[in-house]
Design a protein. Structure first.
Length: 135
């Protein structure tokens, strides 16, 4: 199993929307590095669900339930989407400030490539973030 972080603007798709839908396709990614990360995702992988823009915090966890397939919203046919299922809400959201404040997490793409919307998270960092969330 691998670990990931996927970002969304809450005004477009929020954690509440995800909980209500239970399973949804993760589409609209138009960055090649993010697309390549989607392609690497496998069924059962876990993803932190991150509210970007104003909130800038990890809210919950979703699980990959369908591997990459063509994104129906992409007319160029270059990009893919996956399906994710609501897995768990964090006991306490973890803010970008908290992540930046932890020296053990300063290597994460979330800090180094702040505009990347789909990124891998190593297992040690996953555990640190889970601890910050008091999970």
């Amino acid at each position: 199993m691998k670990y990931w972080l996927i970002k969304t603007e809450p005004s477009t798709w929020s954690w509440q929307d995800q909980v209500k839908a239970k399973i949804t396709n993760w589409d609209g990614v138009r960055n090649y590095q993010a697309r390549n990360n989607l392609i690497k995702m496998k069924i059962g992988d876990l993803c932190f669900f991150y509210h970007s823009v104003k909130e800038k915090k990890i809210i919950g966890i979703v699980k990959v339930v369908k591997e990459s397939y063509p994104d129906k919203t992409d007319k160029t046919k270059r990009f893919v989407m996956i399906n994710v299922k609501t897995y768990k809400k964090l006991n306490k959201p973890v803010s970008l400030e908290e992540i930046k404040g932890n020296k053990k997490l300063n290597h994460l793409s979330l800090i180094k490539q702040s505009r990347l919307s789909v990124m891998p998270i190593d297992y040690k960092s996953w555990l640190i973030i889970m601890k910050l969330s008091k999970a």
